[in-house]
Design a protein around this ligand. Structure first.
Ligand code: SIN
Length: 340
């Protein structure tokens, strides 16, 4: 779809990964009994009224990177997504990437991309839909139009999620509702911008990375380790709750788990039984990180804490951050070993 005389950096590439936005139902009024990830990206784009006008002077291209229900996200799809996004960012003709994605794990992919891509000068926008493409109430076309508005906004450097007219930063965005069309929010951070009739109204300086990016963390090194990985480090999330049973922790440690994220109560507090088991896990070399099961807010750590704090990262994002740390460490250890 490349046009003649294309201006450098004025192309949007749509990268499709599946999800409800590409879903199909036998009954247009059925908003739950459908199959996600059925319709190809070219056909989806054809269903978006006004797309050419919204693109304006920008050209576009479309690629079907994967066709998955995002609950089934795999390491190989994530690696393909990170690799292709970075290739497109490095391509001077490309100004922005729009990723269509299932809503169920969109916040995880957005966070992963934000952690690994060189996005300082590029724009990567994820969007999806809560209703399949064949539904009477299909929200995919409007979300795609909004994604184009955001992707072609020069201020929108970084990785973003746009959904139901809002723009969210990867560090904060979360799926907060299983059914509503405005299924996403960003906890107490709120949306970073609104999109109204194609205009992006920023509510804050557009900074897509929150405090999730560890100080000194190099995106290039992290990306190299991630793309070279043969397997995703084994990191589990366990919940602390009334009458918590610590046996699960012992089973996981015996089975070789490498990291544990505990979704703690309140300010990341942990049932005394679990705390004992987690302390033993640390003694066995397992990395333990404390997050909160509260949907909003952050864990406020103290110097006396036994386990590292996930700060404002949700349990699923803390899990990604911890796994990426483990991968980088593995990479460093193996390059040190091969240098010997
Ligand atoms: C998915 O996450 O792929 C299915 C659900 C959705 O996109 O809303």
């Amino acid at each position: 779809m490349q046009a003649f005389n294309e201006t450098v950096g004025q192309r949007v590439v749509f990268l499709a990964t599946g999800g409800t936005i590409a879903g199909q139902a036998a009954d247009a009024a059925d908003a739950v009994g459908y199959r996600a990830a059925q319709i190809g990206i070219e056909a989806l784009l054809e269903r978006v009224p006004g797309l050419a006008q919204r693109l304006g002077s920008w050209t576009s291209a479309a690629e079907q990177l994967a066709q998955v229900d995002s609950k089934d996200m795999s390491l190989s799809v994530w690696q393909a997504l990170v690799r292709r996004c970075q290739e497109l960012i490095d391509d001077e003709a490309v100004g922005a990437v729009v990723v269509t994605h299932g809503t169920d794990t969109m916040e995880e992919s957005a966070y992963l991309l934000e952690q690994l891509l060189d996005v300082d000068a590029a724009r990567v926008v994820l969007t999806g839909a809560m209703r399949p493409a064949t539904a009477v109430q299909a929200d995919g076309p409007q979300n795609l139009l909004d994604a184009v508005s955001l992707a072609t906004d020069a201020r929108a450097r970084g990785v973003w999620v746009t959904f139901a007219g809002r723009v969210y930063a990867p560090a904060w965005v979360r799926k907060a509702h299983p059914y509503r069309l405005d299924a996403f929010d960003a906890g107490d951070a709120g949306p970073s911008a609104w999109i109204e009739e194609g205009q992006v109204r920023w509510l804050c300086a557009p900074v897509s990375n929150g405090d999730g990016l560890a100080a000194g963390h190099s995106r290039a090194a992290g990306r190299a380790a991630f793309l070279a990985a043969q397997r995703w480090p084994w990191v589990e999330i366990i919940h602390s709750h009334a009458l918590a049973d610590a046996r699960a922790v012992s089973v996981l440690v015996d089975a070789g788990v490498e990291g544990l994220v505990v979704a703690g109560t309140g300010n990341g507090t942990v049932h005394v039984e679990l705390e004992r088991a987690l302390t033993r896990a640390v003694e066995h070399g397992v990395r333990v990180v404390r997050s909160t099961r509260c949907g909003v807010g952050r864990v406020i750590g103290t110097p006396a804490d036994a386990f590292a704090s996930a700060g404002s990262l949700s349990p699923v994002k803390a899990r990604i951050r911890l796994a990426l740390d483990l991968l980088s460490r593995e990479g460093q250890l193996s390059s040190a070993a091969s240098a010997r």
